[in-house]
Design a protein around this ligand. Structure first.
Ligand code: ADP
Length: 467
């Protein structure tokens, strides 16, 4: 129980959110302390400067007096002074040889300082010194200078008023710092929590997906920031993956279904041939039936492999510079017999100059599939027109027929592997012809499209970049 609790505590403290908030707090506190400390030292040094300026002014005045009137002149001057309310009261002391004071003028509070400890200066410019009280509560800041008669003039000021001021500053700073730090900590924790919320949603979604549901999506807030963008990209990636997975599932189902019929037939033919009653001639026929069926299966598997290769971008092409007019004529010639048999008029209108870099065998295959469909689905007496033209940087081959056209509901699916339109079931076919056409076009960096009018015919367009 306690180890579970400590594990939970450890996990909470190891979260990125906690670490971010902790770093934020450390920097915030260190920054605030640095600013306060700097302000404190600046204030303290400016107070000291101002005190020293006052002491020095007093010292210079008395020094001038002493130099003119000597000790008696200084005494007289001090005797004339009228205490000003609120003005600073200085320690004024003149010491003779052996540090015995010959004049001392100071408020009673200064008695607590050890005045004997004020150092006697050497000749030269006046020197600064500090003396403290017995319990070090405050200090006396003194400037001492040597007079021409060998005595020392000392002028000092108690630092207690500036100490009090600094003490107040420290109290106020602490009173401001504590709530500011607490506020900073709370603000940091809230901001970190809010900033990491989309990440937590992402983690939650991945957990749901890991548990087996591909339908989970990251909630997108629409703020358009980086994390929101990552969420929508993640969602569109999931859409694509689930589309691919369901596509693969459907394709696998279709393949299994489509393979079952020829394989069952193959087995039935072989079994029948193996019975004792079958003649040598019947066995020969059965064998050629078997070859025909296995040919069908191989065709199906090869077409499926080609489509997969093209879709994943790994179809190997044997690229050769090709005059398309010649290639089209070859294929049209092959299909002209089948067209004639069905009473169709197959004609071609080609631009003789267009050349492309293509895999001839695959392009022939694609064109043959388009022509095969046109011949297969056109009613007799109609015409089929194959044309080749240049459009911008593309070579465009189109196959137009006057067949039944394609119903709107079939349109989005005719390029899918193994899909066959309902009305086409009476015709022979695997439902792979158009998938191969599109795969070949994609592998060449082109495209395959159709425009159709139900009842009036279809135009299939195969586009590849010209050489
Ligand atoms: P298959 O022809 O073997 O059925 P395809 O992949 O070549 O498979 O074509 C898919 C579907 O598209 C066909 O089943 C048919 O419904 C439709 N189709 C293709 N070409 C034509 C066409 N020229 N005219 C009308 N429908 C067509």
């Amino acid at each position: 129980m306690s180890s579970k609790f400590s594990e939970a505590v450890r996990r909470r403290f190891m979260t990125a959110g906690f670490r971010l908030a902790a770093w934020y707090a450390v920097f915030f506190i260190a920054g605030s302390l640095a600013v306060m400390t700097l302000a404190y030292f600046l204030l303290s040094s400016s107070l000291q400067k101002s005190d020293r300026a006052d002491i020095m002014t007093e010292y210079e005045e008395l020094d001038a007096e002493y130099r003119v009137g000597g000790l008696s002149g200084l005494k007289e001057e001090l005797g004339h002074r009228v205490p000003q309310p609120g003005a600073e009261t200085f320690l004024i002391r003149v010491t003779g040889a052996k540090d015995a004071a010959v004049l001392i003028s100071a408020p009673a509070v200064m008695k607590r300082f050890d005045l004997q400890a004020i150092p006697i200066p050497a000749a030269g410019s006046p020197a600064w010194s500090f003396v403290g009280t017995a319990h070090h509560e405050t200090m006396l800041e003194v400037v001492s200078g040597l007079m021409p008669d060998g005595r020392a003039l000392q002028v000092g000021l108690d630092t207690s008023s500036r100490d009090e001021f600094l003490e107040q500053f420290r109290t106020i700073a602490a009173a401001v710092m504590i709530p500011a730090v607490l506020l900073g900590l709370a603000g940091g924790a809230i901001l970190t929590r809010r900033a990491l919320l989309p990440l937590r949603h992402l983690i939650g979604t991945v957990r749901v997906i890991e548990a087996g549901s591909l339908e989970a999506r990251v909630p997108v807030t629409g703020t358009g920031d980086e994390l929101d963008e990552a969420g929508s990209l993640f969602n569109s990636m999931l859409d694509r993956i689930s589309g691919l997975v369901s596509g693969m599932r459907a394709a696998l189902d279709n393949v299994a279904h489509d393979l079952r019929t020829p394989m069952t037939r193959l087995r039935a033919v072989a079994e029948a041939a193996l019975t004792n009653e079958s003649s040598a001639e019947a066995r020969g026929e059965a064998l050629s039936d078997c070859i025909e069926e296995s040919e069908r299966v191989l065709l199906l598997l090869n077409a499926l492999m080609d489509i997969s290769e093209a879709e994943t971008g790994v179809m190997k092409l044997k690229l050769e510079r090709t005059r398309l007019a010649a290639l089209i004529s070859e294929v049209v010639e092959v299909y002209s017999y089948a067209a004639e048999d069905k009473g169709l008029k197959l004609s071609a209108e080609v631009n003789a100059d267009i050349t492309v870099q293509c895999d001839r065998a695959r392009l022939r295959q694609a064109l043959a599939n388009l022509l095969d469909n046109a011949v297969k689905y056109s009613p007799s007496g109609t015409g089929i027109m194959v044309s080749l033209a240049a459009e911008g940087k593309d070579a465009v081959i189109s196959v137009a027929d006057r067949g039944p056209g394609i119903p709107e509901k079939d349109l989005p699916r005719i390029w899918d592997r193994l899909y066959r339109g309902d009305s086409s079931r009476h015709e022979k076919g695997l439902g792979l012809g158009l998938s191969v056409v599109r795969a070949v076009a994609m592998a060449h960096g082109g495209s395959a499209t159709v425009s159709t009018k139900p009842g009036a015919g279809s135009v299939f367009t195969f586009r590849i970049p010209a050489a």
